[in-house]
Write a protein that binds this ligand. Structure first.
Ligand code: SF4
Ligand code: SF4
Length: 341
């Protein structure tokens, strides 16, 4: 029996993995689709294997409404349960044998996050490929981080079962979740995923009070029709009264997808139209000539709260008050609470 979580015994020594909707049946000694979960007696071989560790601006995750202007220790892992043909990180998500890195204990990651913190707001992002296929390590790290006063941020495709979602979201403070398209067919046939699992994950995260931002990589020929993008927008608009920023990112040709890069003016046009229904829509991976396009405005008076150039954020429109150990942001111009945590 594997030492991993979410496994159930089946006939012939096989194990069913219930971590994601694929529900792989693993023969004795074999691995699942993600290549990092095994049916072996010993400890999971990828437990604690981190392929990349860096201190990034939190805007790079991207998170624009959670601790803007701070930095975050970012840990990346090998493997993924999806197979997006345009994966921008395919070298680590699809070829775990080519991935490097070393083994970390949860306590080491916690110590590294405390060391990296310069603003009294330590945080760890589990990111780069798909962290949730390493849920055993993640839960151990997130538990240790929370005890140490460190915020947990997950950057994920959100394609896991409700049982797994419940456990990880209980320990998450913020999440950037991919909403890759709004078609069950595309998720199943092209990406190897499941739209309902993703929308369920997003709903669950919102219900649990996790700060949520969503990202859609706009891929020509895959999800760039008006109908498809409007469906994504309308889904996000359902969460009235909650701040759910939407990041529309430009794609570049990668791995098996050779369509030309997303046209920047197309992307800004989609963002402009989406803003008619959603208050916070941003564009990523394009150089913007217009200043102000990725700024966060006050919902009360329209003044700039946070201005951004690339990953650099200036918070000159915000004022901060600390009450009972919690931080609260307000608009400098009109005093209204700012949509920032
Ligand atoms: S997490 Fe991996 S092993 Fe488990 S069902 Fe998904 S792809 Fe298969
Ligand atoms: S979910 Fe992300 S990491 Fe996984 S294959 Fe798709 S783009 Fe790559």
């Amino acid at each position: 029996m594997s030492s991993g979580r979410f496994f159930a015994s089946r006939e012939g020594g096989r194990l069913e993995c219930g971590l994601c909707p694929r529900r792989c049946l693993l023969a004795a000694g074999g691995a699942g689709r993600c290549q990092v979960r095994f049916n072996r007696e010993e400890k999971l071989p990828f437990y604690g294997r981190i392929t990349a560790l860096a201190v990034d601006p939190i805007e790079k995750k991207p998170l624009y409404h959670f601790r803007p202007g701070t930095e975050i220790l970012s840990a990346g892992f090998a493997g993924c349960n999806l197979r997006c043909p345009f994966c921008q990180n395919w070298q680590i998500s699809q070829d775990v044998h080519g991935s490097r890195g070393r083994l970390y204990a949860p306590a080491e990651l916690v110590a590294a996050a405390l060391d990296a913190d310069k603003t009294g707001q330590p945080a760890i992002a589990y990111t780069y490929s798909e962290p949730l296929v390493h849920i055993e390590f993640l839960l151990d790290c997130m538990t240790a981080a929370r005890k140490a006063g460190i915020a947990n941020v997950i950057v994920t495709n959100g394609c896991v079962t409700p049982e797994a979602a419940a456990e990880v979201l209980d320990l998450a403070d913020a999440a950037n979740i991919d909403l890759k398209c709004f078609s069950e067919e595309t998720y199943a046939e092209v990406l190897g995923g499941n739209l309902s699992a993703v929308t369920g994950f997003i709903r669950r995260a919102v219900e649990k009070g996790v700060h949520v931002e969503l990202t859609t990589l706009v891929v020509p020929g895959l999800n760039d029709s008006k109908r498809e993008l409007n469906k994504c927008r309308d889904f996000i608009a359902e969460f009235q009264g909650r701040v759910i920023p939407w990041h529309l990112s430009a794609y570049s040709p990668a791995w098996k997808w050779n369509a030309p890069p997303t046209n920047p003016s197309f992307l800004t046009g989609v963002a402009g139209q989406a803003r008619e229904k959603l208050p916070y829509v941003y564009t990523g991976n394009i150089a913007l000539r217009e200043r102000g396009f990725n700024d966060t405005l006050c919902p009360g008076c329209g003044k700039i709260l946070v201005s951004r150039r690339g990953y650099k954020a200036e918070l000159s429109g915000l004022s901060l008050k600390t009450e009972d150990g919690s931080r609260h942001y307000f608009c400098n111009a009109c005093g209204q609470p700012a949509p920032v945590r």
